[in-house]
Design a protein around this ligand. Structure first.
Ligand SMILES: N[C@@H](CCC(=O)N[C@@H](CSS)C(=O)NCC(=O)O)C(=O)O
Length: 308
């Protein structure tokens, strides 16, 4: 029975806090603990930027994964680390300022080395924890998409790979909720987690999707993004969104392709649904957007931005 199989898959995944990946080590695996690589030519820019020169002995990647919740904005923050690597390099996806201390305490307790604090997009409903984390843990680098036009240490584009230890995330452009939305997907390969995991931000929510009525939103773009970049992933890919308002924690591509009440419709019906959502503007939008364009610093003067 397909629904039962899905249920077992989810249960199995949720019970694992350490996800071992393949025991075989790839001959091409990187020995540095952090790196952002770009497969396309970049003109005069180097095609691979080494962020930390630390050399480590090759080790078996093993994913530590935690889903963390911020209850005021119903935001999920995700912690991922390669605990098979001697440095235990870690990254945080979509941290919130209000829970930054909790997240950093967890990272210290687990003996991880946080290298990236990343955002899927410029959030409108809460202030990102990225700026605060950078001040509290010097050396951490912020990451966001170039299309978001926000300030960060590293701006990434579709196709880039974000390495942490011997694991990596692939960047997929999924505009529509905002112009600069990206989905981060765990890598494909024998040493990478299976099933794959997609961190969809607000592009695809469980049984829903991000609104498209501000910040360069477009229902047409969102529909195309989800269908071409997320629904094209293997059906067992786990969906981890940036928000949930109903108590869901995880879904799969296969499940959303069948059960998502908006994205299973044709594009015209989808557009009409989105036009008639009639949602109130997020309460914090006027504070959050300028702050998040400056890496989460609420003082968005040029001086504050320069020191971000
Ligand atoms: N009430 C909340 C904002 C709720 C909201 O608008 N959520 C966004 C994502 S955060 S910008 C959204 O896209 N929701 C889609 C949906 O269908 O609910 C607040 O005031 O912060």
């Amino acid at each position: 029975m397909p629904s039962l199989r899905l249920h077992h898959q989810l249960l199995r995944h949720c019970r694992l806090s350490f996800i071992p990946t393949s025991l075989s080590s790839s001959s091409s695996s990187s020995s540095s603990s952090s790196l952002i690589t770009r497969s396309r030519p970049l003109g005069s820019t180097a095609s691979a930027v080494r962020l930390m020169g630390t050399m480590a002995t090759e080790s078996t990647p093993r994913l530590l994964f935690r889903q963390l919740f911020e209850k005021e904005s119903c935001t999920y923050t995700y912690l991922l680390a390669d605990v098979g690597h001697p440095e235990k390099p870690a990254l945080l996806l979509d941290p919130v300022d209000k829970t930054a201390d909790r997240d950093l305490a967890l990272i210290r307790d687990l003996g991880l080395k946080l290298i990236y604090a990343m955002n899927t997009h410029v959030h409108a409903d809460h202030v990102t924890g990225t700026g605060l984390i950078k001040t509290k843990m010097p050396g951490v680098k912020s990451v966001i998409s170039k299309a978001s036009q926000a300030k960060a240490d590293h701006v990434v584009e579709h196709g880039d790979k974000i390495h942490f230890g011997n694991l990596f995330l692939e960047v997929r452009a999924t505009p529509g909720h905002t112009l600069g939305c990206v989905t981060y997907v765990t890598g494909e390969g024998p040493d990478q987690p299976h099933p794959r995991m997609a961190f969809t931000g607000d592009a695809l929510l469980i049984r829903g999707c991000g609104r498209t009525d501000f910040q360069g939103g477009s229902s047409h773009q969102l529909y195309q993004s989800v269908h071409s970049q997320i629904f094209a992933l293997p059906k067992d890919t786990l969906i981890y969104p940036a928000h949930d308002y109903k108590g869901f924690t995880v879904s799969t591509v296969g499940e959303e392709m069948i059960l998502n009440p908006r994205l299973t419709k044709d594009e015209e019906t989808f557009t009409s649904i989105m036009k008639n959502l009639n949602l109130a503007y997020p309460k914090m939008i006027d504070v959050a957007v300028p702050a998040n364009l400056a890496c989460g610093f609420q003082d968005s003067t040029p001086e504050a931005r320069a020191s971000a």
